[in-house]
Unconditional design. Structure first.
Length: 325
């Protein structure tokens, strides 16, 4: 599987300085923080995003979730006035700096991510996935990093692996989080990024003109009509930029999901060569309408019970995608 590239949104300058000084990324004790933990793999690449600028290129060496996060350096906790909730940073990505640069997102090279930010009217996410073209470009920006990161001490601590549940009574964020659409989408993206699974997905979408080797699978992409959950596109577009779009729903699909997918398809135009809704169930009305529109329907199945919370690895291992229509 190819390494992915993400831009990580940083909340303030102090935290950015700490991230750069220690070559460390932190995410809060929240569902979105845990989503970042499962969505970003060891071996992936990241840059920090602050004040509409991208900072440095790093490789993710290791990731960890800390149980005693209230006392764990280096970031101070943040309390929001509206909710009076205090957030800490138990989710950590340990990084290796590859290149130094500070570049504005208005550069054409960052167009893929800049479009996401513009259409969202701001960050509102912990991280944004960019495409391989962006990674290739930033791998030539600035200068090669040579100095080591500054170390810091954390009192004795223990680590945990986040788990997910479908039972409200089991929820204990960040140790146990609800299994929601973000986690489902991350699992689907991770699975079909593997060549053999992507080839099978192309077959389910009825696309026999494209090879898995020349495609990449990306997470949520903002468009004027909304947000495409999973985008499959040409790794290196030549002449035509082929796109395939997937909309993933946690429970049953609705008629409005088909309309939404139609809107995305219209926006991409003739370059959109495949589309599907992935859901746990499909009512008869959805089956009938999808057949009229020529939209593929794919049922996801998790062949594990939820008598106890599951890790992301277990979810991924037990995820099955089955063509319905």
């Amino acid at each position: 599987m190819r390494q992915s590239y993400f831009l990580l949104a940083v909340s303030n300058r102090q935290n950015l300085d700490l991230c750069i000084r220690h070559a460390l990324a932190g995410f809060s004790n929240s569902g979105t923080g845990v989503w970042a933990y499962v969505d970003i793999r060891e071996g992936d690449y990241i840059s920090f995003l602050y004040a509409a600028r991208a900072f440095n290129l790093y490789k993710v060496i290791r990731k960890e979730a800390i149980i005693e996060f209230q006392k764990a350096a280096p970031w101070p906790p943040v309390t929001f006035r509206e909710s009076n909730k205090t957030y800490y940073y138990p989710i950590r990505l340990y990084l290796q700096c590859e290149r130094h640069f500070t570049e504005p997102l208005v550069r054409a090279e960052f167009a893929y991510v800049a479009e996401n930010l513009l259409l969202r009217a701001g960050y509102r996410k912990t991280h944004f996935q960019a495409d391989q073209t962006t990674l290739q470009v930033v791998s030539q920006m600035g200068s090669v990093a040579t100095e080591a990161a500054q170390s810091f001490e954390i009192p004795a601590y223990s680590a945990f692996v986040p788990r997910f549940t479908r039972r409200k009574s089991d929820v204990n964020v960040p140790l146990v989080c609800p299994f929601n659409e973000l986690i489902l989408q991350a699992a689907i993206r991770r699975q079909i990024a593997e060549k053999s699974y992507l080839e099978r997905m192309l077959g389910m979408l009825g696309v026999d003109t494209l090879e898995a080797d020349v495609l990449e699978v990306l997470s949520e992409k903002a468009v004027s009509e909304g947000h495409v959950d999973i985008l499959i596109k040409d790794l290196i577009p030549i002449g035509v930029a082929h796109k395939l779009i997937l909309e993933a729903k946690l429970a049953k699909a609705e008629l409005e999901d088909l309309s939404q997918l139609q809107g995305y398809t219209s926006e991409f135009g003739v370059e959109c060569v495949g589309q599907a809704v992935i859901a746990e169930a499909f009512p008869k009305t959805v089956l009938s309408r999808a057949a009229e529109l020529g939209i593929r329907l794919i049922r996801y199945e998790l062949i594990c019970n939820w008598d106890q919370p599951r890790t992301f690895a277990e979810i991924l291992e037990n995820l099955r995608l089955i063509l319905v229509l």
